[in-house]
Design a binder for this molecule. Sequence first.
Ligand code: NAP
Length: 492
Amino acid sequence: MDSRFDRSLLRDADLLREDLFIDGAWTPGSGGERTEVVDPATGVVIARMASAAAADVERAITTADAAAPAWGRLPAPARSRILRRWYDLIVEHADDLATILTAEQGKPFAEARGEILYGAGFVEWYAEECKRTYGDVIPTNVEGRRLLTLRQPVGVTAAITPWNFPSAMILRKAGPALAAGCPMIIKPAEETPLSATALAELAVRAGIPRGVLSVVPGPPVLVGEILTSHAAVRALSFTGSTEVGKLLMAQSARTVKKVALELGGNAPLIVFDDADLDAAVAGAMASKFRNAGQTCVCANRLLVQSGIHDAFVKRLQVAIEALTVGNGFEEGSEQGPLISEAAIEKVQRHIGDAVEGGASVLSGGRRHSLGQTFFEPTLLIGVHRDMLVANEETFGPVAAVLKFETEDEAVDVANDTPFGLAAYFFTTDLGRMWRVGENLEFGVVGVNTGLISYEGAPFGGVKESGVGREGSRHGIDEFTELKYLCVDGLAG
Ligand code: NAP
């Protein structure tokens, strides 16, 4: 267990950084603590990442606070050019960044590369959008008075991000925050800090000024407490579980911060009798098995109408059994390992509970013969709405199929969850597209597709899946304040 990251895999080995990034410089941190980063496909320790102590996080906040006025005042085209350079560097180094991502997270290299480019898209998009953070001139109500609104940077911001998209979840936040003129302090997930520090290395090369971007991996409770209690931090953007999101929301209340929370989901994917079967199977596979089922928008419940149920299940089974499971670096690998032993246990618990309740395993259902945390792509049928697998995010490669009879029943089952992030449905009936699209209580709805993410569109949840939006012109609002300027005394 003492092997290190094979730097020869990287064209630019300087992207591999195992220190904290504060005030424009790399530092081992004041506490001297380090955390092991493990390749989930092999169990090998690939890095020892510095772990921030309280003093390090406080220094990151102080330096961000010092950098905020100049960064916020920089004319938008100048900020835009710096962000554009960051985008160009990320794209130029996409292969190396994907290598680092696959090594620490496990997803297939092609998927990792896709994530890098997807995340970079947010930097590119917001590099442009920052030139358009317009205010208004409001028709006056009093002679000699003018009414204006300005959109100003909120100030220092913090991001706490998960392991399942170690690069994109950072860029989706840092892109709009920096574009808006706000410094950002990032606490990446313990399992996947190397993607974060690699992005910081490229930020330096792009010319992002010191203090504007910091990366402080460290003990989550400690770092979270400092970031949420410090008055200088004016906004928190979090992606992760609903449980931790609620905690951070409560903690942020003490200093009344702006919060944007992208939390857990329990996505339904509904296949109606009139669906295009090819599109429905392709959509279900894309939505369910990407990242081995470890995405917040993964179809967690496949609701299939009785008339198409057997044909859909048959086709889905063929597609599931054709999936290639393997180390993400192997050519053709389509499903990597799960992130941890705990993830495997959750998957097993969900399958066990479903089978006990009368569901059947048509494919998979067990640990994969590859060992480690690899798991067989699994198909469960005969699932009911009261089973664990239909109520909690499984976060693993388990397609759980529930049969339904009517449209009303499907919508009722789909909405029967405290979560409201993504939903999908497949139909060729135009009236149904509108009815179901409007009646699903979810923030993001895919119709006849299982892939919906795009930097130009707003992403976010309702109910316990979160508050706020990422992407699109709305995403930058999380990092700006609307100021009303009332100018009187202008009468001639
Ligand atoms: P998690 O346990 O909530 O962790 C997310 C982040 O929060 C990590 O950086 C973690 O640090 C940190 N954290 C944990 N406890 C904390 C605390 N008490 N105070 C401050 N920070 C704390 O979630 P996860 O298991 O990594 O990620 C999976 C979850 O994220 C799923 O529920 C998934 O649906 C959700 N997700 C949502 C979206 C979305 O856009 N809505 C996207 C991706 C994932 P450590 O890693 O160091 O523990």
